[in-house]
Design a protein around this ligand. Structure first.
Ligand SMILES: Cc1cc2nc3c(=O)[nH]c(=O)nc-3n(C[C@H](O)[C@H](O)[C@H](O)COP(=O)(O)OP(=O)(O)OC[C@H]3O[C@@H](n4cnc5c(N)ncnc54)[C@H](O)[C@@H]3O)c2cc1C
Length: 402
């Protein structure tokens, strides 16, 4: 966060204390939203968010900002629709302009197999409260006139599912809105404070070790994105999570004209237009697990080739910037939220390439769990224990590119 932003926002920095009721490791969207809802919904304000770098320096400030609920299993559709609903009122609630814009999302299909998947998605989404309808190629073209229905003669569009409520919001503004709301209520946000270990009393986790000293806590929540394995190791906890890099890029600005978000589960790529006019383009995560944030030319080459077949006007644009984040991808592509089996340690992870949209729901439900000690029904399916009881929630479509 730069000084200009700090002066725009009402961020009240505090001296760290040696003990808190709740310590949250990680000042990304999930950590800050949990702190915000603990304070605003449950009156729990003796809370510290401990961030190694600056808030939003992880994936919450690096993502492609897509918010949607068109998932492939009932548990996820209900959870993400709840998040979509919370996003739509977040500006009103926090008084911060997060640049929320409902755009709709076209999920293109090029084969009969994909058409069957999309028809099934529409039925499931409708049954679970998310608005998704099948459209034929002409209707898709009416929604997005720039679409080449022949896919450059190579990827003809047979149809699409249209997820009407899909939206975007400015990612770092979401982080700042939650930080400001939480700090106003007295939550401490400690930047440049890396957690290097966990304090233990026997089996129980009782706080965190940081480069600036130890901090005791009634409850510790790990919300560290792609670094989750390191924190879990401190509690001898082995998680079904691997860290994969995910890349994205933006073009130069262009007249505002691309209405919906365009996504393609067969070509593994997606495009939306930012408020600045740039085309924001992403793909699926790199197959090799890694903590590297190095961007690659291979990604650019393959992604640009595919998106220009679908939206030929992109050929005239220039690539302005490319970047990478490291994503906590769970074994079944669904999040892992709740108890860890280690007393005093909770976790919110497995957000992979899809966790920005989940920030309001993930934060508010985690806060409810911490405050009441009871797992809210929407969170129940997403516990870590599902892997041991063979109740994994496989949904590769959660990536948005499969
Ligand atoms: C290129 C890209 C595009 C994406 N596009 C989308 C999208 O369109 N829609 C969507 O829903 N999701 C998307 N995602 C995924 C989404 O950004 C993440 O799932 C989400 O931001 C995770 O939030 P978080 O709070 O869990 O983690 P983060 O935002 O990564 O925050 C974790 C924080 O923990 C801190 N931390 C780590 N280790 C320590 C430590 N030891 N001590 C203290 N602090 C520590 C980090 O510095 C970081 O600030 C994308 C991700 C990337 C990389």
């Amino acid at each position: 966060m730069n000084e200009f932003v700090e002066t725009l926002l009402d961020l009240q920095w505090h001296e760290p204390k040696s003990t808190y009721d709740v310590v949250i490791i990680g000042g990304g969207g999930h950590g800050l939203a949990t702190a915000y809802y603990l304070a605003t919904r449950h009156g729990i304000t003796n809370v510290a968010v401990v961030e190694a770098n600056y808030i939003g320096s992880g994936n919450s400030g690096r993502n492609t900002t897509i918010i949607r609920a068109n998932y492939g299993i009932p548990e996820s559709v209900r959870f993400y629709q709840h998040s979509l609903d919370l996003y739509s009122t977040l500006e009103e609630e926090t008084g911060c302009w997060i640049m929320h814009a409902t755009k709709g999302l076209l999920w293109l299909a090029h084969t009969e197999t994909a058409m069957r998947s999309e028809r099934a998605r529409c039925l499931l989404n409708t049954a679970c409260g998310a608005e998704t309808v099948m459209v034929d190629p002409q209707a898709a073209k009416a929604i997005c006139p720039q679409l080449d229905l022949s896919g450059g003669g190579r990827y003809p569009v047979l149809g699409a599912s249209h997820h009407v409520g899909a939206a975007t919001a400015r990612h770092d503004r979401v982080v700042w809105a939650y930080a400001q709301g939480a700090m106003r209520m007295g939550v401490h946000v400690l930047q440049n404070t890396q957690v290097t270990g966990l304090l233990r009393d026997g089996e129980r986790v009782t706080g965190v070790q940081t480069a600036n000293g130890n901090i005791s806590a009634g409850v510790v929540l790990s919300a560290v994105g792609g670094n989750v394995t390191t924190i879990a190791n401190h509690a001898e906890l082995r998680l079904p999570v691997r860290t994969h890099p995910l890349q994205a890029f933006v073009t130069n600005g262009y007249a505002q004209s691309l209405g919906p978000i365009i996504s393609d589960t067969e070509l593994f790529c997606y495009v939306s237009q930012t408020a600045r006019g740039q085309m924001l383009i992403g793909a699926e995560f790199d197959p090799q697990p890694s903590y590297s944030t190095q961007s690659s030319f291979n990604f650019l080459q393959s992604c640009t080739s595919k998106v220009t077949h679908l939206l030929p006007f992109l050929k005239n644009l220039r690539i302005l910037r490319q970047w990478t984040g490291i994503c906590d991808v769970s074994a079944d592509f669904s999040p892992i939220i709740g108890h860890t089996g280690v007393d005093g340690l909770l976790i919110t992870t497995g957000w992979g390439t899809w966790g920005f949209k989940a920030i309001p729901a993930g934060g508010s439900l985690m806060a409810e769990l911490i405050a009441t000690g009871k797992t809210p029904p929407l969170l129940e399916p997403f516990g870590l224990d599902r892997f041991a009881s063979d109740q994994a929630l496989a949904d590769q479509g959660s990536t948005g590119t499969r």
